[in-house]
Design a protein around this ligand. Structure first.
Ligand code: TEU
Ligand code: CA
Length: 554
């Protein structure tokens, strides 16, 4: 496979609202990010993925954009952004932007025009339909609750919104709209940004028949008619031809609902679409009757088979994007490890497991400190509209008890990942001198960057070493992947092979002592999360990676 800088890189996701507040208004901002660039440089990451910083009324924390070429006033202005980009580049850190073009805010100038009249020049930039018998055009439910259609008085028609009412879907079948999007992308690339993470890019092409969806709960499921729609690959190839291919950048698609077969189309090296995609099968394990809202523990064998499928399935075809968490997911250590007794061991183990697989690893802010789920106990602590809408819909309309729903929120709410970065043991974790927009996790006195920077054995310094390994060991980037201990429901193990070198990674996902084959005498240990050597068993949440000459290869 081709080599590329983004294959040799580790990416760090910043959710600006919760990263660092420089002016005491309780909201993270761009100057705050600038002040932490040295922290990131020390960690060793190569690329920042910046969640949206564009002008937005913040119905969905910036994923509802009202002007793609302005900076959200709470975050600063374009001068601040230019400074951030320059300061990052000075440190050899690249920045990729979040590109949210499946929808805009209803306050975007295009939509303000579009809703005015049926013959407005921008009418067709969005998806408008007549009602059916005085009701919505079809039974589709929004992913954020309620119908996916919103009636609009001015013209007595409905517009489609897969997400919130204030996030109308753009009509990608309109070529003028596509050109406007490409123009905007070029404008950012000319500024020097290094690529894009493309929000729900798998949803941009809708089935033109708009058929009713299969009813699950209160509404019909729009997914089969919106995900990987009829023209999505054609539009991405057009975008690639007209924009992406002209710059030395990287792209990663957030391809909601992607299957391996679809991923090969989005991210196949010979396809001229995207460089990688995010798949969600591992984070969606256990989804059931109420979708993501459940408290099922992870089944390790299922988790392993998801990674095996993706690692083997894309080999020689495309590149994996590896992540445990992001701003939409619970905290990695709370979801996949143990955030209590084995907090530190399991956080480090998860790092080893993810970072040494084949693909580009993504660290979500705070993961390098082992930050944990929010631990909110009151509905009023939550800020995320998905969580709040789901609470009301499930408790008030679907008969789920309030207590049960609160436990689901504690496990799965997006706000688990959105509590402020824990910088120090000072008030508000050093995130702000004011009142934070969302509560700080109460464990900040134990878990914070300042304490971990000073401690050579901290999770932060362990992540540093992991990132270094990728930069030093070619096998971490290019070695082939093979699952080991396939049948084990306690050990996640795999090997990487590059010419005559073998890298073996062993991870115990349980609090038990688990017997294993031991480590060969000649092995060189690259990283481990216990200090003393193990015998013939792995200790609770133990992780070891070693390198050895592979006698079986020529
Ligand atoms: O997420 C898309 C997406 O699939 C999520 O809405 C997902 O279903 C949900 O978060 C799981 O709980 C992207 C962004 O990452 C998210 O923050 C935005 O809210 C969403 O698109 C709309 O732009
Ligand atoms: Ca601020």
């Amino acid at each position: 496979m081709k080599s590329a800088w983004w294959k040799e890189s580790v990416i760090y996701q910043i959710y600006p609202r919760s990263f660092c507040d420089s002016n005491g208004d309780g909201i993270g901002d761009i100057q705050g990010i600038i002040s932490k660039l040295d922290y990131l440089k020390r960690l060793g990451i190569d690329i920042i993925w910046l969640s949206p910083v564009y002008q937005s009324p913040n119905e969905d924390n910036g994923y509802d954009i009202s002007d793609y070429q302005k900076i959200m006033k709470e975050f600063g202005d374009m001068e601040d952004f230019d400074k951030l980009l320059a300061e990052a580049h000075m440190r050899n850190i690249r920045i990729i932007m979040d590109l949210v073009v499946n929808h805009t805010s209803d306050e975007h100038a295009w939509f303000v025009e579009s809703r005015k009249s049926k013959d407005n020049p921008y009418r067709d930039f969005y998806i408008w339909k007549e009602g059916k018998d005085g009701k919505e055009p079809n039974n589709w439910g929004s992913w954020f609750g309620g119908s996916a259609w919103q009636h609009d008085e001015a013209t007595d028609m409905y517009y489609l919104h897969i997400f919130a009412k204030k996030q109308p879907d753009l009509n990608w079948d309109n070529s003028e709209l596509r050109q406007k999007v490409y123009e905007m992308m070029r404008w950012w690339l000319e500024k020097g940004v290094d690529g894009f993470r493309m929000d729900v890019i798998s949803l941009i092409s809708k089935n033109p028949d708009f058929p009713d969806g299969e009813v699950n709960g209160l509404y019909g499921d729009l997914t089969p008619y919106c995900a990987h729609g009829p023209h999505v690959h054609e539009y991405l190839q057009e975008m690639n031809r007209e924009v992406l291919s002209k710059y030395d950048i990287m792209t990663v698609g957030e391809t909601a609902c992607v299957t391996l077969e679809e991923a090969k189309k989005y991210a196949g090296e010979d396809r001229n679409e995207l460089d990688m995609v995010f798949q969600f099968e591992h984070v969606e394990l256990g989804s059931g009757k109420y979708g993501k809202w459940n408290d099922k523990p992870i089944d390790l064998r299922e988790l392993k088979s998801v990674f095996q499928k993706w690692e083997e399935g894309l080999e020689g075809i495309g590149w994996n994007a590896l992540f445990w968490s992001n701003h939409d997911q619970p905290r990695a250590v709370s979801r996949f490890g143990d955030d209590k007794e084995y907090w530190e061991y399991s956080a480090k183990m998860l790092g080893v497991c993810l970072h040494l697989m084949k693909g580009t690893p993504y660290i979500y802010q705070g993961e390098e400190l082992g930050m944990t789920n929010a631990g909110f106990t009151e509905l009023s602590d939550y800020r995320d509209l998905e969580s709040i809408n789901a609470y009301h819909e499930m408790v008030e309309e679907q008969g789920v008890s309030a207590e049960e729903m609160m436990t689901y929120l504690q496990k799965k709410s997006r706000d688990n990942a959105r509590t402020p970065m824990q910088w120090s043991a000072e008030e508000n974790a050093g995130f702000t001198t004011g009142v934070p927009w969302i509560k700080v996790n109460s464990n900040y006195k134990q878990i914070n960057a300042q304490a971990q920077l000073e401690n050579p054995d901290s999770i932060y310094n362990f992540y540093r070493r992991l990132i270094q390994l990728r930069h030093e060991e070619e096998i971490v980037v290019h070695g082939s992947f093979e699952m080991l201990y396939k049948e084990s429901d306690q050990i996640f193990a795999y090997q990487r092979v590059l010419s005559n070198i073998k890298l073996v990674v062993l991870c115990n996902f349980t609090p038990n002592h688990v017997a294993f084959d031991g480590i060969p005498k000649k092995a060189q240990i690259l990283i481990e999360n216990y200090k003393d050597e193990c015998g013939n068993y792995l200790r609770p949440y133990e992780a070891i990676a070693y390198k050895i000459l592979d006698d079986t290869q020529g």
